[in-house]
Design a protein around this ligand. Structure first.
Ligand SMILES: C[S@@+](CC[C@H](N)C(=O)[O-])C[C@H]1O[C@@H](n2cnc3c(N)ncnc32)[C@H](O)[C@@H]1O
Length: 239
């Protein structure tokens, strides 16, 4: 076994131990490192084994399709959790201020948004700074007991009649031995298509849950849709 393969095996062993104690953050980190090494060394067999291991503890639904059109606004858009694929930044480019609490996620993002390391539960902007705030599959990554705080912060930094746009996924009650949930997405943008997957620690949620948070944070629901497991809310700040 090569030195690199030994390194991968050790990372996978650590990841397995982390999954056993439900430390999915650590497991994710170890697996990410293992995947990077396997990709660099072109080790397809090991990549398949890592993927099989992930499937052991992660429930993943069928690929969900979503189509996004340019967000119409003359002002700035605050995209919370805007790292990763940086979908909103790919959509509206320089109008977007993408914040993410994880610097690495922002470094990996390829778009023209202004990228700032910041926590969505503690925004550093002055009140009434933005016309639009977006959350594209960010809140699945935020523990439920912090959701209301995120909504309150979005409300604070939005201008009067500003819009909060949310896209997220229904996560059912946990079943089987699954510890993590993954949503696979195909996102159609005006200038291309992205295929991605977001994996998270299991926390049950649906559109009604977020509507209730919106009500508590004093947002009006202007429009909503659900398609398969995905849903969208367009909210405005009640003045
Ligand atoms: C599914 S991922 C990326 C989704 C991203 N909007 C995209 O277009 O690909 C969710 C992101 O939310 C970030 N995140 C989680 N909790 C956060 C918080 N409290 N404040 C800011 N970002 C957060 C994570 O670091 C992660 O990059």
């Amino acid at each position: 076994m090569s030195k690199k393969e030994k390194e991968i095996r050790k990372l996978m062993k650590d990841a397995r131990s982390a999954v056993e104690i439900a430390d999915l953050k650590k497991a994710g980190k170890k697996l990410h490192q293992a995947i990077e090494i396997a990709k660099k060394t072109g080790n397809k067999v090991v990549l398949d084994q890592i993927s099989e291991f992930i499937q052991e503890f992660t429930y993943s639904n069928n690929t969900q399709s979503i189509e996004l059109n340019l967000i119409e606004t003359d002002g700035f858009i605050l995209d919370i959790g805007g790292g990763g694929e940086g979908v909103i930044g790919k959509l509206n480019g320089r109008q977007v201020v993408a914040i993410d609490k994880n610097e690495r996620e922002l470094e990996e993002t390829r778009n023209e948004a202004l990228k700032v390391v910041m926590d969505a539960t503690d925004l550093k902007f002055l009140p009434e700074s933005f016309d639009v705030c977006t959350s594209f599959f960010c809140l699945i990554y935020v523990p439920k007991n912090r959701h209301l705080k995120v909504f309150n912060e979005a409300r604070r930094v939005l201008k009067n009649n500003g819009r909060f746009l949310l896209w997220d996924v229904r996560i059912p009650e946990r079943f089987g031995d699954y510890k993590a949930f993954m949503v696979r997405l195909k996102v159609k943008l005006p200038n291309g298509e992205i295929e991605t997957g977001y994996g998270v620690k299991w926390q049950t949620q649906d559109i009604d849950y977020f509507k209730e948070i919106a009500r508590k944070a004093k947002f009006n629901i202007m429009s909503e849709w659900s398609k398969g497991e995905i849903f969208h809310l367009e909210m405005t700040k009640k003045t």
